[in-house]
Design a protein around this ligand. Structure first.
Ligand code: GTP
Ligand code: MG
Length: 138
């Protein structure tokens, strides 16, 4: 059994899609074992996305992530990291497969409704960034 880190991004919380997105996770064998709503600061967004700081869209990404609340979650399941990436779909909703969260809900490549960790190491780092061990209840 594996855990991954997920965020429901501002474009989705603004449209009241927290439940609809969480339902897709649950229907695909992912269990929410931690969840909270945060309105992140610019500092938190810059730090969380530091790996992208040289990318041309970094400023836009940080501004977007601070524009409204986000839901941060830990998802648990068999192959949770890969399963979550599959269920999210491609970064650009125009390229996302039918039935994926980004195909269903995302508005653009930037405002793409969800984030999910891309590997075991980043999952561990991202979970620890947002949650204390006692906030995760399996
Ligand atoms: P995450 O799960 O959010 O990490 O998505 P990803 O792994 O599919 O994408 P990537 O790590 O390459 O980019 C991180 C995030 O930056 C994306 O989810 C988008 O929100 C944003 N992003 C990526 N490319 C662009 C772009 O060309 N323009 C803008 N505005 N944002 C982008
Ligand atoms: Mg990524």
């Amino acid at each position: 059994i594996e855990r991954t880190f997920s965020m429901i991004k501002p474009d989705a919380t603004k449209r009241n899609l927290t439940g609809a997105i969480t339902k897709v996770f649950e229907e695909n064998g992912l269990r929410v074992v931690a969840s909270k709503r945060v309105w992140m600061s610019q500092k938190q967004a810059e730090s969380f996305y530091a790996v992208h700081k040289e990318r041309p869209f970094f400023g836009e990404l940080v501004e977007f992530m601070c524009s409204a609340p986000t839901i941060v979650q830990v998802l648990e399941g068999e192959n949770a990291i890969a399963k979550n990436r599959e269920v999210m779909g491609a970064t650009n909703p125009a390229e996302a497969a039918d039935g994926t969260i980004r195909k269903l809900f995302a508005e653009s490549i930037g405002e793409n409704s969800v984030h999910g960790s891309d590997a075991a190491e980043t999952a561990a780092e991202e979970i620890a960034f947002w949650f204390g061990g006692n906030e995760i209840v399996g």
